[in-house]
Every structure is written in structure tokens, then in C-alpha cells.
Design a protein around this ligand. Structure first.
Ligand code: MN
Length: 472
């Protein structure tokens, strides 16, 4: 929702064995790499912090990293051999994501001129192993990227890891407001909120829906009209069987919910929320359009009191810069041989960041419960490769499920379906993919992203050391 201002520190390992001239060269090469990497479209800047050549220097640097909120993580490079006993204390103290960039200043070995001075100056192959040993022994769970620093694949990998690291850091600030408890009788959306805060950093608070109703009552006509005029610009109005006046009345109820939700969440510092259609005392409609509008702004959400998925949604929206990422529910199978797929949707709350076309603003009965007909945005989902992620609580531990997916825009119209729809195929194939998901106890609520990769999700769960099942 707000721009996240973070940077990464580049710390280059060496030692004093090779003399001052060698260290000056190491410094100059590190500065060159920093400035070149910053010219690439990295999501966050890199700052060269200095050379690490003594235990005290390294320990001091890592302490600074921990206490500087503008720093999301550390990138290290072993330009020369850097004896790793020097790194033990600082690495133990480091509490932020660590990337070991296994690279070398020169791309190729200069056979014509290579001598022992060159070998001593450029011995990352040697230094990487010494440094990697201590990270492995300390179970640091750091990322390792191998390759020439100016190679586009290496730079792309650094960019992807930066997004994970920033999300990891910001994840500890996620606060979820739940309006109502979990849907009655439902198992997989429940779980241990204290353990979730310990492991993921997510802070989860309960509110009665009446607390929101009080704020809805205070919303002015003027505020509603201002939001309604935004709708006119962004969406196709579809009156259906309603006369214009009735339709507008229903839509403006959602506008009031949107305004009230934003005020409520901002006041409490919440960046994610959940609702429950079973708990709508004092509300005329289930929030639909209102929720979709907040999703589009970057708030995390899940239905039926599912606070785990709401927090995960916000988390992955940070990681993806709120691109093509949202809460989803597995709804209906397409089982025809050769066309197997899953229709993803929800009662109302499908994320507009996944829309392939200009959303239609529709009013329609909910068909569950006895509330007034809610307004919602209806659209078809975009196509692309991505991931579906879910978190289930197994009592003794959390399990993260990751399935790589291929989303596609449906060709058939669905004139009687008054909700947005996203279609996807699962890897490695329909039968095996669905079978594995069910066998591992994955939930029916997921967060899907077409902007994130399997590797990014695995980087995150590796940082956390949480059980992860990859279906790919
Ligand atoms: Mn649901």
C-alpha cells in the first residue's frame, strides 16, 4: 500500500594476508560491481558497506545491519579467501536474510597474464567454500547465487531474492483484523494464532462485526459519492434486472463498507483482514466489491475467518509488489480428458489484480444466507505461469503447500455466473497434482500469484525452516 523503502548492504570478504594494494583492488572491484548492479532494474538498491577483514569488523557490521530498519538483508561476496572463523560471531548475530553471491570480478581466466598475484586476488572459488562451510554449519539457511555477476540470469535471481527478503522483513509487521471467527465446522482454516505469530510474525486480532458497523454508520453521503465516481471510471456498470436506482443503492452500500473498512484498518495498523458471511449482524450485505477494492490496493484478505490465508495474501502481495496476486478458492473441476483444469473463484471476493479485462460491476443475490444482494466485480482471470500457496496447521507444525500452476483465460462465456473466475491447470499434471495436494492436506483456500516463482516461495520457507511440500 505504501512504497517500501529498503536497501541491501554489500559486504565483501577478504583478509590482510595479501597486502594493502590487494585490498584496495578488492574495494575498487566491489564498488564497480555495486554501481553496475544498481543500473540493472533491481527492486531495491544495493549499498557497498565495506570490506570484512577482521572478526571485530564483521561482528560490528552485522550488529548495525540488525538495528537499521532501512536494511532488508546482506549480500556477501568472497573476493579473496576470507578465513571463516572470523565470520562466526557476526553471522550468528545476523537476524536478516543473507545472500552469498558466489561470483568473481573477471568472467574468464586470463591465460596470457595470469600469475600468482592474480590467483590470490581472485580466489572466490576457494573463499566461497570456506565461507559456505560456516554458513552450513551454523544452519544459516542463506541463499546462494552462483555465476558471473553481470550475467542477466544472476541479476534476475538477485532481484527475485530481494523481493523475498523484503517480504520476510515486512512480514513481521503484518496485522490481521478478523471480523467474526472462522466459519462454523470448517477445519483447515483454523489454527494456532500464537504459533503463527512466533513462526511467521503475523499478529491476529478479533473484532465483532458490530465494531465495523459503527464505523459504517459514520460514513457520509459525500464520501460515498466520491468513491462511486471512481467506480464509474474503472468498471463497466451492469444493471441486469435491477432498475438504476436500486442498483446504485446496492453498490453504494459497498462503497460505505469500503470507506469504513479502510478507516478501521488504518486506525489499527492492519494490512490484512477476514470476514465471515455467517456473522453479518447489522450489515445489509456481505462485503464483496468493498473487499475487492481493498485487495486491489494491497490489503491481504481471505473469507470465512481464514486469518492464515489473509496474512499469506498480504505477505505475497508485498513480495510481488501487488501484481497478479490474490486469495483464491478451488471451486469446480473440469474433468474432460485433455482439458483437465480447476475453476477458481469465491462467493464474491476475487482479487482484481488477477483481472484480464475491465471488471463489470454487478449486483446479484448471494444464494447463501438471507442478506441483501451484494455488489461485486466480475471478470475473467489473466493467463500465465505461477504458484498457488496454502498454509495448513497440523497441530504439531505448520505445513506450506506450493503447487506450480498455469492459468489461462477461459474461452467459454458463463452468462449465469455472477462472480469473477480464474482457470488453471496444475503441475505436474491434473491427476498427480490434485492427488498430491489432497494427500498432503492442503486447504481449499490458497493465495495464487502469477508474478512469483516456486523458487521465491521456497526461499521464504527455507528462511523460516517450515515444512514445505512442493508439487511441481
Ligand atoms: Mn471460502
Amino acid at each position: 500500500m505504501n512504497n517500501i523503502n529498503k536497501k541491501f548492504l554489500f559486504i565483501v570478504g577478504s583478509q590482510h594476508l595479501y597486502g594493502e594494494e590487494a585490498l584496495a583492488q578488492v574495494r575498487s572491484n566491489a564498488e564497480k560491481i555495486t554501481s553496475e548492479l544498481n543500473k540493472f532494474s533491481l527492486p531495491y538498491p544495493i549499498e557497498f558497506k565495506g570490506l570484512a577483514t577482521t572478526p571485530d569488523e564483521i561482528t560490528k557490521l552485522m550488529k548495525e545491519v540488525n538495528y537499521d530498519d532501512s536494511v532488508a538483508g546482506v549480500i556477501t561476496w568472497m573476493h579473496t579467501f576470507s578465513p571463516a572463523k572470523m565470520w562466526i560471531r557476526g553471522t550468528q548475530l545476523l537476524q536478516k536474510p543473507l545472500l552469498h553471491l558466489a561470483t568473481q570480478f573477471n568472467e574468464s581466466i586470463p591465460w596470457e597474464s595470469i600469475d600468482m598475484d592474480f590467483m590470490n586476488l581472485n580466489q572466490a572459488a576457494h573463499g566461497d567454500r570456506e565461507y559456505g562451510y560456516i554458513n552450513a554449519r551454523l544452519d544459516k539457511r542463506n541463499k546462494i547465487i552462483v555465476g558471473y555477476w553481470d550475467d542477466v540470469e544472476v541479476k534476475t535471481d538477485i532481484a527475485a531474492w530481494m523481493d523475498v527478503a523484503v517480504a520476510y522483513e515486512e512480514g513481521f509487521k503484518i496485522k490481521v483484523a478478523r471480523f467474526g471467527d472462522n466459519m462454523r465446522n470448517v477445519a483447515v482454516t483454523d489454527g494456532d494464532k500464537v504459533e503463527a505469530q512466533i513462526q511467521f510474525g503475523w499478529y491476529v486480532d478479533y473484532y465483532g462485526i458490530g465494531d465495523l458497523v459503527e464505523v459504517v454508520k459514520e460514513v457520509s453521503e459525500e464520501e460515498i459519492n466520491s468513491v462511486f465516481s471512481e467506480y464509474e471510471e474503472l468498471y463497466e456498470f451492469e444493471y441486469g434486472d435491477y432498475d438504476k436506482e436500486t442498483w446504485e443503492k446496492h453498490v453504494k452500500v459497498q462503497a460505505a463498507y469500503e470507506i469504513a473498512l479502510k478507516k478501521f484498518l488504518a486506525k489499527g495498523g492492519y494490512t490484512a483482514f477476514s470476514t465471515n458471511f455467517e456473522d453479518l449482524h447489522g450489515m445489509d450485505q456481505l462485503p464483496g466489491l468493498a473487499v475487492q477494492r481493498l485487495m486491489a490496493e494491497g490489503y491481504g484478505f481471505a473469507g470465512e475467518g481464514d486469518w492464515k490465508t489473509a496474512a499469506l495474501d498480504r505477505f505475497l502481495k508485498i513480495m510481488s509488489h501487488n501484481q497478479q496476486t490474490g486469495f483464491m478458492e478451488d471451486y469446480t473441476y473440469e474433468l474432460a480428458r485433455g482439458r483437465e483444469a480447476i475453476l477458481q473463484s469465491h462467493m464474491l471476493e476475487v482479487d482484481p489484480t488477477l483481472a484480464a479485462n475491465k471488471p463489470r460491476l454487478v449486483v446479484s443475490p448471494l444464494s447463501i444466507g438471507d442478506k441483501a444482494d451484494p455488489a461485486r466485480l466480475v471478470f475473467d482471470g489473466v493467463e500465465g505461469e505461477g504458484v498457488a500457496v496454502s498454509i495448513a496447521d497440523f497441530g504439531t507444525h505448520f505445513k506450506v503447500l506450493v503447487n506450480s500452476i498455469s492459468a489461462f483465460t477461459p474461452e467459454e462465456a458463463a452468462p449465469n455466473l455472477p462472480v469473477a473466475r480464474v482457470m488453471w491447470k496444475v503441475n505436474p499434471g491434473f491427476k498427480q497434482g490434485v492427488h498430491s495436494w489432497i494427500e498432503n492436506g492442503g486447504g481449499h483456500h490458497t493465495v495464487a500469484s502469477l508474478a512469483l516463482t516456486v523458487d521465491q516461495i521456497l526461499d521464504w520457507t527455507n528462511m523460516l525452516d517450515v515444512e514445505t511440500v512442493l508439487i511441481d
